[in-house]
Design a protein around this ligand. Structure first.
Ligand code: HEM
Length: 459
């Protein structure tokens, strides 16, 4: 566990704790993170010291340095036990971000343990990848059906033309419905799980008990599926690694649920925004079936994982204009790296002529989003966006772009709402009432609970 000394930092180079740091999470950062990244770069170069809720860490801003960190597995460790401030008891009591970092799952593992955990997820997702296989086919059909049901609900509530929030009324319930199905949640667990996921995703005060409750719920799900295996991700993970304890499986499901809901949801909303705001080229490429390119452009303009979770230096190392000491925490910023790459502002549309594939929206290196998860996310984003484009004759922003409310946390940047004015192509189909299959009926019940919850969360 102990990092071996390598080339020690020169004695006169400043240590993180001695540097004046500006807090990252300010109202300016909420409104315009790009301006903050630019100032930090001007003051410090490619790597800047910042305060995260009272704890100094390094924010990596430039594309080349971000890639160096993401790809340098031997130097940049994920295991939280490498973090010197934590090991030496220097974190403020109740520091709100620690609860998430203490959940030991794939993201915070290194080396062989990490590779084995990724392998388990890959094997468990495989049945859903094959579009012609039963699980893959059913998942795709379910996503389209849920999307259609949500649009039908919207039409029933607000009419075939009107105003809607594509966050609360479409994207978030859609992904929670997918999670419930994919994970194989029985409905009794589903409602509870969903409530705690939302509380946890809100962060801030109450994050710790919400995290504990969500973990307990996912652990109960693991116990349930071990006893009653089904055609779901939870059961397939147990099949791929029968040695997974219920607690470890609960932790893995917890993290996957965050990606599946918060991160994928933000990608759906960012892509919808890119399309709705898009110029003729963007719209043409969407209608030509090149939605994937629009997703890439949205990831470049606003990566949902804006600042990636910490890496810890295994030994002293120069990075940018500073020496990072062994055990320091660094956060590689995809959002700042994209700005560096393109010299774009946070609210500027990406020039469609640019090849957007060089984005870091999926991360890079050993911990990048696993291929099977990317494929699933791609499927969800394109289906979710595609169904909106199919159903809506017109859809335009109900607020000027610079007034859209963004949620800017230490990791995630995503739209709180996506308010639109819309007109449907044709009356969306009604719910199929008594022809609903059992799974659909459960989902509709869950949906009603979710909608109530979501409107409460926003209030
Ligand atoms: C559009 C949606 C998604 C985006 C933009 C995204 C992005 C990312 C990024 C940037 C990372 C690397 C984080 C880091 O290095 O600190 C990551 C890792 C990961 N993602 Fe995704 N992700 C998405 C969807 C998903 C989904 C749907 C799943 C699961 C079903 C998933 C599972 C994972 C896992 C397990 C890791 C950790 C990999 C590791 O540490 O080895 N992601 N994702």
């Amino acid at each position: 566990m102990e990092a071996q000394p390598y080339a020690a930092a020169p004695a006169d180079s400043p240590v993180l704790a001695s540097l004046p740091v500006e807090p990252l999470l300010t109202s300016e950062f909420d409104a315009d993170p790009g301006a903050v990244y630019r100032r930090l770069r001007r003051l410090h170069g490619p790597v800047a010291p910042v305060g995260l809720m009272g704890v100094p860490v390094w924010l990596v801003l430039d594309y080349r340095e971000v890639l160096d960190v993401l790809r340098g597995e031997g130097q940049w460790r994920r295991d939280i036990r490498y973090w010197r401030a934590r090991a030496q008891g220097e974190l403020p009591p109740g520091w709100p971000l620690l609860a998430g970092y203490e959940v030991r799952q794939t993201m915070f593992m290194d080396d062989e343990e990490h590779r084995a955990a990724r392998q388990t997820l890959h094997a468990a997702l495989r049945p859903f990848q094959e579009a012609r296989g039963p699980q893959g086919w059913e998942l795709r059909a379910a996503v389209s059906r849920y999307a259609d049901d949500l649009v039908a609900l919207l039409a029933a509530e607000s009419g075939s033309a009107g105003f809607a929030d594509l966050g609360a009324q479409y994207t978030r319930p859609l992904l929670l419905m997918v999670t419930t199905r994919l994970f194989g949640c029985p409905v009794e667990l589903g409602d509870e799980l969903v409530m705690d996921l939302w509380r946890m995703l809100d962060g801030g005060l109450g994050a710790e008990p919400a995290t504990a409750r969500a973990l307990a719920a996912f652990t109960r799900l693991a116990v349930h599926r071990r006893a009653r295996p089904g055609d779901d991700l939870t059961s397939y993970m147990l099949l791929a690694d029968p040695h997974l304890s219920d607690e470890q499986l609960g932790r893995e499901l917890f993290m996957n649920a965050v990606y599946l809901n918060d991160i994928t949801g933000n990608m759906v909303l960012n892509t919808l925004l890119e399309v709705i705001r898009g110029n003729a080229t963007v719209r043409r490429s969407v209608s030509a079936g090149q939605l994937g390119e629009t997703v890439d452009r949205a990831a470049l303009a606003n990566p949902p994982v804006a600042n990636m979770c910490f890496r810890f230096a295994a030994r002293d190392v120069p990075l940018g204009d500073y020496w990072i000491r062994s055990g320091d925490a660094v956060s590689p910023s995809a959002a700042a790296a994209h700005q560096d790459l393109l010299a774009i502002g946070s609210t500027t549309l990406v020039d469609p002529a640019f090849s957007a594939r060089s984005h870091l929206g999926w991360g890079a290196g050993q911990h990048q989003c696993p291929a099977a998860a990317r494929e699933l996310a791609g499927l969800l984003v394109t289906h979710a966006v595609g169904r909106i484009l199919d159903h809506f004759a017109t859809v335009e922003l109900a607020l000027p772009p610079d007034q859209l409310p963004w949620r800017a946390g230490p990791v995630v940047r995503g739209l709180r709402l996506l308010p639109v004015r819309y007109e449907l192509n044709r009356p969306a189909r009604q719910h199929r009432g008594d022809t609903l299959k059992e799974t659909d009926r459960q989902t509709t019940g869950l949906l009603a609970g979710l909608r109530r919850l979501m409107f409460r969360t926003q209030a």
